[in-house]
Design a protein around this ligand. Structure first.
Ligand code: ASP
Length: 403
């Protein structure tokens, strides 16, 4: 009997953890298998996003519908990010993980080497001057902006553009086919990534930060297992259990790669092929979500900032925490969808409320493991958003709308 791909990936995660614990540092030797898996995924991100977005947007009937979908997507993503931060702030105030934590003896985090992007540069980066250059440099916002324009023009150009529209549809089908092939390698890639990450991570580093990590983990769990499923139910978008089963491969890939961008091909494949949400909605809502909607990252940044304040004995008033709420949401938008990006944009939050940047040195050691959890939540958040928007646009597969 052949196991389903998500069962294989599940086994790979557990097996990878066990292998990592057993092999320790030696697990690094199989890392290359995971790296090749990530490279394969990265290889198809840009062509897949272009193909998927152009065909998706071109099939949206008119500019008004496109505007409505865009507005709903923006409102939904903003609301869920703020909800996530809210949960994180409540938890960190109740559990106070920073009290009594040892401060770093000396600053080992060089913040000048990790400059987060400024708001202006993020805005500027949206509009490409040379789309080929943006594609080559993986500038996702620019690629999304161009694909959006291109798709909208293709959809409104009438019969003359029909051959090009057909071409893009074929292109999209071919890219999804390649994604499917790469997914067959996922169990091997996921196993290698898990084993080498766990193998390299000494369990001793976790101990002093256990309460901090638990605070982030509980917050992420509440957002992923309560807030988002409740939203799916409220909007009657999808049965949460059924949806998580469809999306499992994407969530597991996000967990092991710690990159929403690298996971995007898998997310697109799961949501269109398994969950049956049409490309018209997913093609636009998902790539945008992977790039700017990071519920897990926002929650983590808020908890980390207050944790640092607590460790340094700095009081956090309600207005200051409101600033943290807003800046954490903004910083998560600015974070690139790659491993460790959230730690870098945390600088934005700390600066906004005058917290010591050296505090980052305290949480550096456990960042990778939290990154895995927050990236999984980021991807799950994008998927739930896509299901909700599809439902609002009456585009969910009817068979799956039972709740
Ligand atoms: N690794 C995360 C992602 O790709 C971003 C972060 O570091 O929080 O979604």
């Amino acid at each position: 009997m052949k196991l389903k791909i998500h069962t294989q990936i599940g086994i790979a995660i557990v097996g990878g953890v066990v292998a990592g614990v057993l092999l320790g540092d030696n697990a690094v030797h199989i890392r290359f298998v995971g790296d090749i898996f990530i490279r394969l995924l990265k290889m198809i991100i840009v062509p897949l996003v272009v193909a998927s977005m152009v065909t998706g947007v071109a099939s949206i009937p008119n500019a008004r519908s496109l505007g409505r979908i865009g507005l709903r997507t923006f409102l939904y993503y903003t609301a869920t990010t703020l909800l996530a931060v809210g949960v994180g702030l409540v938890l960190v105030n109740i559990l106070t993980p920073g009290l009594g934590v040892e401060l770093p003896a000396e600053a080992t985090f060089d913040s000048s080497a990790h400059k987060p992007p400024s708001a202006i540069s993020v805005l500027n980066d949206i509009v490409p001057t040379n789309i080929l250059q943006s594609m080559a440099a993986d500038k996702m916002l620019a690629v999304i902006f161009f694909s959006l324009l291109f798709g909208a023009a293709l959809g409104s150009a009438g019969d003359r553009a029909k051959p090009l529209a057909d071409l893009f549809e074929s292109f999209n089908a071919v890219m999804l086919r390649i994604t499917d092939w790469i997914m067959r390698l996922a169990p091997f890639g996921v196993f290698a990534l898990m084993a080498s990450t766990i193998g390299q991570m000494g369990l001793e580093i976790i101990k002093p930060l256990a309460v901090y990590m638990a605070t982030v983990a509980i917050g992420l769990a509440i957002h992923a297992c309560v807030t988002l499923p409740v939203l799916l139910l409220i909007f009657r978008a999808y049965s949460p259990l059924e949806f998580v089963r469809h999306m499992f491969s994407a969530i597991a890939t996000a967990f092991s790669t710690a990159s929403s961008a690298a996971t995007l091909p898998v997310t697109i494949e799961c949501i269109e092929k398994k969950a049956g949400i049409p490309n018209r909605i997913a093609g636009f809502v998902l790539p945008l979500g992977a790039t700017i909607n990071m519920d897990g990252t926002a929650l983590y940044e808020a908890v980390a900032a207050v944790f640092i304040a607590q460790a340094y004995g700095i009081e956090m008033t309600i207005p200051t925490q409101l600033i943290i709420m807003l800046t954490a949401a903004l910083a998560s938008i600015g974070a690139a969808a790659i491993p460790g990006a959230g730690l870098i944009t945390l600088v934005i939050v700390l600066k906004a409320v005058n917290l010591p940047l050296e505090g980052i040195a305290m949480i550096l050691a456990v960042d990778r493991i939290l990154d895995m959890f927050r990236t999984a939540v980021n991807v799950w958040g994008d998927a739930c958003g896509t299901a909700v928007i599809a439902k609002l646009e009456n585009n969910n597969p009817i068979a799956n709308t039972k709740s």
